[in-house]
Design a binder for this molecule. Sequence first.
Ligand code: PHE
Length: 342
Amino acid sequence: MKEQIEALRQRFESELQAAQNSDAVEKLRVAYLGKKGSVTDLLKGLKAVAGDQKKEMGQLINQLKHQVEEGIAQQVEAIRAAEEERLIASAEQYDVTLPVDQSEGSYHPITLVQRQLEEIFSSMGFTIEDYKEIVTDYECFEAVNIPKHHPARDMQDTYYLSNGQLLKTHTSAAQNAIMRKYGAPLRAVFPGRCFRNESTDACHENTFFQMEGLMIDKDISISNLIYFMKTMLSEVFERDITVRLRPGFFPFVEPGFELDISCLICGGEGCPSCKNSGWLELCPCGMIHPNVLKMGGIDPEEYTGFAFGLGLTRLAMMKYGIKDIRDLNSGNLKALSQFKHE
Ligand code: PHE
């Protein structure tokens, strides 16, 4: 048994070296310490060991167990520290005191994030749709299950034109038209400028960008939603992102969720950026309400789907470490021309 313990120790050490992201370390933890893990197996095997050797073997196995636990904890910490360093390095690209280089133009940070997302979603089979900024009350509210006088309208006050049309408050305003255009099955994302009657501060603007996504098919479930969001966000942030869902209310989804990602700054331990919770709220989403499918001409008995509303503006701020949302609409080249090398 001694040799077996020693062999396991050596195997663990080399596997630990090779585990360079949190998923791999977690797998390793399960493989060694989980219910069916190798260390657990050794402990179980102790029963069969002869009485006089039991004590010594037990101690050796426990030593190994501690070593594995400690090795894993250290590796988790090392990965977190490396990610934090990367984040700080990338946040430093944003410096309002840098001189403006006017020799060549540059893309707006929101355009950069939007294009990156479009690329990721196209690679997953989504089409990219364009939609109007001026819409009807039906498109923006009624077609997404928010009838007249519904209290959910209070959250989305906007600017009305004298002909009764309005500036869209969310990209969900395009859901109905896109379902009608393509029917099911459907995979589409639609980025767009949105408006709300809001007083502005560092985190609020009256004009901002979202990207809506719809995936409708037979047997689409919450697992599909989680998988897509995790894959997409890990690509955007170029690292392993952990997501979690909390219940959230939006009349056009049932069940509805707020999707959080593990904090990019502290890796989930709690820091001022995530108000010590370890999580950042990123993206409301949910399973499309049957009424919404019906109004879009899709039979909810036959098809299900998920919808999400990514805040493009928020994502750009997180990705580039932009602290004041107002910089984005400022037209200030000093702030905005720093992203051309992305
Ligand atoms: N349209 C919602 C908003 O802007 C977000 C959302 C989209 C929620 C899709 C769920 C599903 O607040």
